[in-house]
Design a protein around this ligand. Structure first.
Ligand SMILES: [Zn+2]
Length: 439
């Protein structure tokens, strides 16, 4: 079976090439927005006069007429313009299927990407460190090949390339089709294949084998800096040069944090997908959890400040994104993602299964009110999530010590900061769980 995979490489266009990028993205936006306008405003009129609905293919045919009116469209690669309408169509499909909102017009600086869909016209030259695309290096008179840093080997067959920008950097996203392992059969799963992950209070992800993955993305210093940049921006006059400059600085900073977050998320999910065949997560509604706690005037919410802090940390690690990446990366390796009900996982003792809110003695410590089992609150919750996953898979964990693993995962396989969680605990891990499974 084949699956799509995308590699993102930083590219370093020359001033000339960058100018061309701007022109292409401008034209693609124009075509996209005109197509959107046509669908939004004229669909009824179109249906009544033409006897059919506006289709993607129909819109794509109309590009020819559009070019007759706007000659500058002829100077950019035709395929990119076509792709803008394909993107528009997918946005509408998502809307009709309920997966997305009504498509919105594309804006400069926010939607600067464009796609080259024809593999025949794309060459990724890893050896020379260049990317060759229509208008870029295909003939001796065009804008020349684009310099790129291929920080990793490509595998699979190239299907398309998207050029885009975040903040101040340009990048190329190379989509390839790769062969993937056949999905794991349920009867082939053993306890050792199963690991659970929970969001941590201190680090983004905590696993049932005691590993702490990742580190908070935004530090207090970053937050101060962001605030300062926002203030600077607020003091400038809209449309002035200083306003643009301040906006650029703020964008560069947020783009940097976004890159940091993306890098960390990818590292965590890649390690997971490579090392585990079944990953269990809590079925949480991220949106509901991050809903504002402010409440209404008549009924003000409680713990507003505390909730705001929690929101920040949940959104900071992008739990939804972690889940999305885990799902597709596990699929590449033939693994599966399973979700179990979240109720009470943070209040359940992993050792004796007693549910008591009082056991959670602080934000990050758990001490069972019934049996006295003490551990990191997030690791305890992850173990409980794993137990529920094992039950859901029909692999009943051993009685008494529900799937409490003996060793933490090897630090060498963990992406970021991994440390043994029990170091402040009272008992060594081996002592509490003498006869349990290896995770
Ligand atoms: Zn207990």
């Amino acid at each position: 079976m084949r699956k799509l995979k995308a590699y993102r490489f930083r590219i370093y266009p020359t001033a000339e090439q960058e100018e061309m990028f701007r022109r292409i993205s401008g034209c693609c936006r124009l075509v996209y927005n005109l197509g959107l306008e046509q669908r939004r405003t004229f669909w009824r009129q179109y249906r009544d006069t033409q006897g059919r609905h506006i289709s993607c293919a129909g819109q794509r045919r109309e590009i020819k007429d559009l070019k007759a009116e706007a000659a500058f469209l002829k100077e950019v690669p035709a395929h990119c313009l076509q792709m803008a309408l394909v993107d528009l169509d997918s946005a509408f499909q998502r809307f009709f299927s309920g997966a997305g909102g009504y498509p919105r017009p594309r804006k400069r600086l926010r939607n600067d990407s464009f796609t080259f869909p024809d593999p025949e016209q794309i060459r990724v030259d890893v050896g020379r460190g260049v990317l060759i695309l229509p208008k870029f290096g295909r003939t001796s008179r065009d804008n020349g090949p684009i310099r790129a840093v291929f920080h990793r080997q490509l595998e699979g067959r190239v299907r398309r390339v998207t050029i885009g920008r975040d903040g101040t950097h340009w990048y190329a996203s190379v989509q390839v089709a790769v062969r993937v392992r056949r999905a794991l059969k349920p009867e082939g799963i053993t306890e050792a294949d199963v690991v659970a992950a929970d969001r941590g209070a201190v680090v983004p992800v905590v696993t049932s084998d005691g590993a702490l993955l990742g580190a908070p993305v935004t530090t207090e210093r970053d937050r101060r800096k962001l605030k300062r940049l926002q203030k600077q921006l607020a003091r400038t006059q809209r449309g002035s040069k200083r306003h643009l400059k301040a906006l650029g600085r703020l964008r560069a900073k947020t783009a940097k944090l976004t890159r940091r977050r993306r890098d960390m998320t990818h590292q965590i999910t890649s390690t997971f997908a490579k090392n585990h065949r079944v990953v269990i997560l809590e079925d949480l509604k991220v949106q509901a959890m991050t809903a504002s706690a402010k409440g209404t005037v008549a009924e003000p919410g409680r713990n507003v400040a505390q909730k705001a802090g929690l929101n920040r940390s949940i959104l900071d690690v992008g739990w939804g994104e972690i889940e999305r990446q885990l799902r597709y990366k596990l699929a590449w390796h033939g693994g599966v993602l399973l979700k179990v009900p979240a109720a009470n996982t943070s209040r359940t003792c992993a050792q004796c299964l007693t549910v008591d809110a009082a056991s959670r003695v602080s934000r990050d410590r758990f001490r069972c009110t019934s049996c006295g089992h003490e551990s990191d609150a997030d690791v305890n919750a992850a173990i409980e999530i794993r137990r529920r996953g094992l039950i859901a898979l029909g692999l009943r964990p051993r009685p008494g010590l529900p799937g409490l693993p003996v060793e933490p995962s090897a630090p060498s396989t963990a992406p970021c900061e991994t440390r043994e969680k029990e170091k402040s605990g009272t008992q060594p891990r081996g002592a509490i769980a003498p006869e349990t499974v290896r995770a």
